[in-house]
Design a protein around this ligand. Structure first.
Ligand SMILES: NC(=O)c1ccc[n+]([C@@H]2O[C@H](COP(=O)([O-])OP(=O)(O)OC[C@H]3O[C@@H](n4cnc5c(N)ncnc54)[C@H](O)[C@@H]3O)[C@@H](O)[C@H]2O)c1
Ligand SMILES: O=P(O)(O)OC[C@H](O)CO
Length: 450
């Protein structure tokens, strides 16, 4: 069954529930019905039965905290509010201490041998996210050689001579970040490769460097999007361009603005691969006290969510640009989340991946925060600017623009209706104005919420 907030992995929170609510206020839920997500299928109800509070667990927890047994109903009314508040705090403290102990014991077992045995990593693409990742791994280990393969000689010179990349003029890069325009030198002897070239240029770029890529070199892809004409994701693009179906592959995704990583603000990401050893290695290589890395085997879910959230962010920006209000924003993003889930699950992704960091997490960041380039494109479209003018004034990539075109073909292939994401594609193709799109979306049949 899909995880429910009440039935999450930590039973501590469930067992302590009666202590957070006076007995009279505990909801007695006999049956909650969830409907499955596939629009084209008949909804299959999943039943969750929560009949009564778990008194046994409650008693055990109280015994563990050396508190007196729970009062009966008559006594409850005589206990003062101060006592109840004291009890509640004790329980909260107990739950927190338990969490901290679990976390410490987990960390004491954490292995770091991947970082200690890694001597060189290469970053393909010298844009904002490639630079942020290069700086991040370089800071984890001063002896690590971090080679950035860049196209522009001036960028190369600026990184090597002044430790600066124009994307972050206020951040000095660590001295072990070295830039080069020589693909052979950059790739030679690398233990890991970060791929940060925009999706639409990845095939031609990789074909150009394939001769220097070791067949065992693990690729950690940072790029989020779908290739326009082929509908491929990075997990397909990389091995096919390198002509090596076994090229080790990990997708890194989740809510992360490069600038916030550069400022070492707390961030959480997910690494996904079919190869569990490789996800563990990528986790060890990347995690730090300001970057949490979860692992996952659902590569399709992580990649498709990362690609489609960029299209949804354009739609969210259009809502802002047209000044349609907060109700509209919430309705649109909720609808977009459903559309992404419908398509992703038809493609074989797990619904829990779509509601996790790389799905809902990244959707929230990109749809609601002005730092997003995709949302910015949407704001400008919604304010009446022409796409060509917007593109002409941008010096960074907004992957959602190309991915929108690919989404429609995928939706047709998997027979999924995606009204919001289709509207974005039509607006980008200049076939529909944002205003006409809103009118059309508001007139869609008002169907069951699934
Ligand atoms: N910036 C972020 O906050 C962020 C966060 C997560 C993921 N990403 C993803 O990372 C990928 C890269 O984004 P970015 O923000 O670094 O982009 P960017 O626009 O900042 O930089 C793109 C880089 O790619 C290079 N490039 C462009 N065309 C190329 C080509 N034909 N061959 C080789 N290099 C080429 C450019 O020179 C530039 O260095 C995107 O897929 C993006 O969705 C970005
Ligand atoms: O600036 P955007 O819209 O490309 O988004 C950047 C990242 O993907 C956010 O996680």
């Amino acid at each position: 069954m899909a995880a429910s907030p009440l039935l999450g992995p930590s039973s501590a929170f469930i067992t302590s529930a009666p202590l957070f609510f006076p007995a009279a206020h505990i909801p007695k839920i006999s049956s909650i019905t969830f409907h499955h997500h596939q629009r084209s299928e008949k909804p299959s109800p999943l039943h969750l039965h929560i009949t009564a509070p778990n008194i046994d667990s409650y008693r055990r927890l109280r015994a563990a905290s050396a508190d007196p047994p729970p009062p009966d109903a008559a006594e409850t009314s005589t206990i003062g509010a101060a006592d109840r508040s004291k009890d509640r705090r004790k329980v909260v403290k107990l739950a927190w201490d338990k969490l901290v102990r679990w976390s410490r014991s987990w960390r004491s077992k954490a292995r770091t041998d991947v970082l200690s045995t890694t001597k060189k990593v290469v970053v393909l693409g010298g844009g904002s996210f490639g630079t942020a990742m290069a700086a991040h791994v370089a800071e984890k280990k001063a002896q690590l050689e971090v080679h950035m393969l860049v196209r522009d000689r001036q960028v190369c010179q600026s990184i090597n001579d002044r430790h600066l990349n124009l994307y972050f003029p206020e951040h000095k890069l660590p001295e072990n970040v070295i830039a080069t325009t020589d693909a052979k030198a950059a790739l030679c002897g690398a233990d890991y490769c970060f791929h940060a070239v925009p999706v639409q240029f990845s095939t031609s770029f990789l074909e150009g460097v394939a001769a220097y890529v070791d067949p065992g070199l693990p690729f950690i892809s940072l790029s989020k999007g779908l290739e326009l004409n082929t509908l491929r994701m990075m997990s397909q693009i990389i091995p096919q361009a390198l002509k090596n179906p076994r090229q080790p592959f990990v997708a890194l995704s989740g809510p992360s603005f490069a600038s916030e990583l550069m400022n070492k603000l707390p961030t959480a990401l997910v690494v996904a691969s079919k190869d569990k050893k490789l996800t563990n290695a990528a986790q060890q290589l990347l995690s730090s006290n300001h970057l949490r890395i979860s692992t996952c085997s659902d590569v399709t879910g992580v990649e498709i969510a990362g690609a489609l959230k960029n299209v949804l962010a354009i739609a969210a920006g259009i809502v802002v640009g047209m000044d349609l209000g907060n109700n509209c924003m919430a309705a649109l993003v909720a609808q977009g989340c459903s559309e992404i889930r419908w398509l992703a699950t038809k493609m074989g992704a797990k619904p829990t991946t779509i509601t996790g960091l790389s799905g809902t997490g990244d959707i929230m960041l990109t749809c609601f925060v002005d730092l997003s380039r995709n949302r910015t494109v949407g704001i400008r479209l919604g304010s009446g600017e022409k796409l060509d003018d917007i593109l002409g004034s941008m010096n960074q990539v907004a992957e959602g623009i190309s991915t929108a075109g690919a989404v429609i073909a995928l939706a047709q292939k998997y027979k999924v209706k995606m009204p919001v994401l289709t509207a974005v594609a039509r607006i980008i193709d200049n076939e529909l104005t944002p205003r006409a799109a809103v009118l059309e979306l508001m007139s869609l049949p008002q169907v069951e919420d699934v």
